[in-house]
Design a protein around this ligand. Structure first.
Ligand code: SAM
Length: 137
């Protein structure tokens, strides 16, 4: 099995976005008015969650930067950077279900104009050189 399939197999879950929607409904969240706060408990899946992203963001000048998030998952850090620092963020991830979910979650919380998600491999980035101000991971 190639490393791409191993990574997808490790992370893969079917119908992830639909599962998040169902859980929001179960919590009586109005699906016409979902905020980042409503999805905070699932939005960042790494050690120490959202707190560490906020700490990292404070270490550099990000205001209005054009950012690439490598291994963006379902896009929580992308949404934080676009919402709190007025950045334009492109997330790339090797798991197609995460990219689909990231795209829908940004639509759901009204951040699709400043976040974009691409299914792809960090070791073969499909971008020209010098496109981004910051690479985040
Ligand atoms: C621990 S998760 C973190 C997700 C996200 N950055 C976050 O903070 O919520 C690591 C992510 O890296 C992605 N990944 C691993 N290897 C990759 C590669 N070669 N190219 C793109 N994404 C990759 C995985 O699919 C997974 O979504």
């Amino acid at each position: 099995m190639g490393f791409k399939s191993q990574i997808e197999k490790h992370y893969y879950r079917t119908a992830l976005f639909e599962d998040i929607l169902k859980r929001l409904k179960d919590l009586d969240v109005n699906l016409d008015n979902v905020t980042r706060k409503d999805i905070a408990s699932v939005d960042e899946f790494h050690v120490r969650g959202a707190a560490v992203s906020k700490e990292l963001a404070k270490t550099i000048n990000l205001k209005k930067a054009n950012i690439l998030d490598v291994g963006c998952g379902i896009g929580g850090p992308c949404r934080m950077l676009s919402d709190e620092y007025s950045c334009h963020v492109t997330g790339i991830d090797l798991c197609e279900e995460f990219i689909r979910t990231a795209t829908h979650l940004s639509e759901l919380v009204g951040l699709s104009h400043c976040t974009k998600f691409i299914y792809g491999d960090a070791t073969q980035l499909p971008f020209d050189e010098n496109v981004f101000d910051v690479v985040w991971t």
